[in-house]
Design a protein around this ligand. Structure first.
Ligand code: FMN
Length: 292
């Protein structure tokens, strides 16, 4: 919008407002793989930061600034938690040898060795067991699937707060679900008490600018957002469009091209696609977690 338009009542935003609109449009286009109009949606710096998320799998060999870990955990502890039970814990691993051993247990992922900080998030019912025990009371509800779900949800919400906090500091993160490939061995490595289990890891570190990560597009909003009642009316069409968007993304990143629908179908094909996690129930039992 040029200066000639100044004074027009319905002129487009100028200066910083126009720049903010452009940035938002760019961020949304990257998030969905094509330009989208979220007419009138009130974006702000927090949402801008969320839209810019990308998993980082390449880190500099540089330690985190002092106090970073504590700030991340304060952010994590600020998440909502079921009944204020705070049924999660986290083990911060910085020791190189321990990270190397954990990486072997998690499909040998190099970024676990590279990152200066690996946070291992626990669904942790053991503290509630101890708290009840100190009062001479039973904690029988902890034996039920519901409480395991409570602890897992709590851990995930806390971890995501930490991830967002890390990104707000210019750090990169990537979750490590492969921390569930060998739950008993991870528990032994970290000295976990019975009734606690590592549900995932989170690598944290300075992203290597030489190996940058890009924003990965997501499914169209219409596929995940249902208004009033669930509808699959436009799903097949949207998935097809998303297959193309993901192929374009992969090509731009010089990655092998594969449709999202094919990749995702392979990922859920059968027990063999679970990287050993098909025996999770057995592992949980071994760790003192019951799912009655
Ligand atoms: C619970 C969870 C576990 C994950 N596990 C791994 C993992 O073991 N290794 C990995 O490289 N990425 C892992 N990821 C990252 C996902 O692959 C990534 O979030 C997804 O492909 C979307 O990409 P983006 O985060 O860059 O948007 C995990 C993500 C989540 C939420």
């Amino acid at each position: 919008v040029g200066s000639a338009d100044r004074g027009s009542a319905d002129r487009l935003p100028d200066g910083p407002a126009a720049e903010a609109n452009e940035r938002a449009a760019g961020a949304l286009a990257a998030r969905y793989g094509h330009p989208v109009e979220l007419a009138g949606s009130p974006l702000n710096p927090v949402i801008d930061a969320l839209l810019a998320h990308r998993s980082v799998r390449a880190y500099l060999d540089r330690p985190l600034a002092p106090g970073t870990l504590e700030a991340l955990i304060a952010a994590a502890q600020s998440a909502a938690t079921s009944s204020n039970l705070q049924a999660w814990s986290v083990v911060a691993v910085e020791d190189k040898a321990r990270k190397a051993r954990l990486s072997v247990l998690a499909n040998d992922q190099a970024h676990i060795r590279e990152c200066p900080l690996l946070l291992v998030w626990l669904a942790d019912l053991s503290r509630l067991d101890r708290t009840a025990s100190a009062l001479g009371a039973a904690a029988g509800a902890n034996r039920y699937l519901e409480m395991f779900l409570v602890a897992t949800i709590d851990a995930a919400l806390a971890a995501q707060n930490a991830a967002v906090a890390a990104e707000s500091m210019g750090l990169g993160t990537v979750y490590i679900g492969a921390m569930r490939n060998h739950p008993e061995a991870v528990a032994a490595e970290l000295g976990l008490p019975p009734d606690s289990v590592a549900v995932f890891g989170l690598c944290v570190g300075h992203p290597d600018p030489e190996r940058p990560a890009a924003v990965k597009p997501r499914l169209a909003q219409s596929t995940v957002l249902h208004r009033e009642r669930y509808s699959t009316d436009h799903e097949a069409q949207a998935v097809k469009a998303y297959d193309s968007a993901m192929r374009a993304f992969q090509a731009s990143q010089r990655m092998p091209e594969v449709d999202w629908s094919r990749h995702s179908t392979n990922r859920v094909a059968g027990p063999q696609s679970l990287s050993g996690r098909d025996r999770l129930r057995e592992a949980l039992t071994a760790l003192g977690i019951r799912l009655d």
